[in-house]
Design a binder for this molecule. Sequence first.
Ligand SMILES: Nc1ncnc2c1ncn2[C@@H]1O[C@H](COP(=O)(O)OP(=O)(O)O)[C@@H](O)[C@H]1O
Ligand SMILES: [Mg+2]
Length: 326
Amino acid sequence: MSGIEKSMAQYVKDHPSLKYIFFGGKGGVGKTVMAGVNAMWFAKQGRRTMLASTNPVHSLSGLLNQNVFGQPTAVTGVPNLWAYEIDTKETIERSKVEIKNKIQWFLKFAEISTQADAFVESATMNPAFEESAMFENMIDLMFKNEYDVYVFDTAPTANARRLLGMSKVYSLWVNKMMKSREEAKSLREMLSFTKKKEADPLMDYLISFRDRMAHAQKLLTDEQLTAFFFVTLPEALPIAVIKRFINWFHDFGIPVGGVLVNMLIQKDQVNAGSPEFVRNRVAMQDAYMEQIWTDFEGGVRAIIPLLDDEVRGTPALGNVAQYVFA
Ligand SMILES: Nc1ncnc2c1ncn2[C@@H]1O[C@H](COP(=O)(O)OP(=O)(O)O)[C@@H](O)[C@H]1O
Ligand SMILES: [Mg+2]
């Protein structure tokens, strides 16, 4: 069946407690623009809205024509809207120091005479470390709970899925770690003469970490609170990318809000006299629209035309909103 069964406007109406909104898809399809449009729309409904980017390659300042790096910044001319590009580098440096302290404590505890530096290097050189720093930044912002709505402009690759899927992996991992720590600890207590309880900062850390992850997972898998929207163009690759995403997200129990189709050439602008190049592109888009209606049956929430200019600044975002919330 072709045609929008449930629009973005209707989806949002049906989910009045929607609070955490994400945009995923291939690079360049318009995720940042859609995040901006949605954040502005929620702000206009009178809800205190945070438009945030955890991606180390930021684009919100460029989108808004305003520097929003490093701290939540009120968006000029839009009441109730704040934007924030989170400084991932700083988080990574901070985590490095924390991890070093923990490893040093552990080495001392286990009476291993090795420098912590080698461990810290190998733990933090990993690309997954940057992702987990991004994830931590995201949930920190969510847990502070200072806004009514959070719109996240996510990373363009598989990172987004991994970022969210990680909460599940984290809790599995931490539970295992805790179990072996408990065993090691009771053995140590049995062997020691003094019966007094030892302080165990590593255990305390693992427990608080597991609880944070469990909390994050609870919020991110709640269909009333969270929705992930996928942006595509009527083209093969972006469609393939989001099909994969949607399957992954279903596996992780993360609510999929639907699909936004961006940059569709408006037919009423094209006729037999239009350049062949344009007519060919329209034919190509027609074919992929057919595929979109079948592949994402009932899931398309909006179609946004290809505009004659890039989308920058809040007036331009307001203009795109008429299509997203048509
Ligand atoms: N409907 C549209 N019409 C014309 N240009 C668009 C449209 N949507 C997005 N753009 C432009 O396309 C480029 C990529 O959009 P962006 O939101 O940065 O993509 P992403 O975040 O997915 O990489 C930007 O220059 C943006 O202004
Ligand atoms: Mg972007």
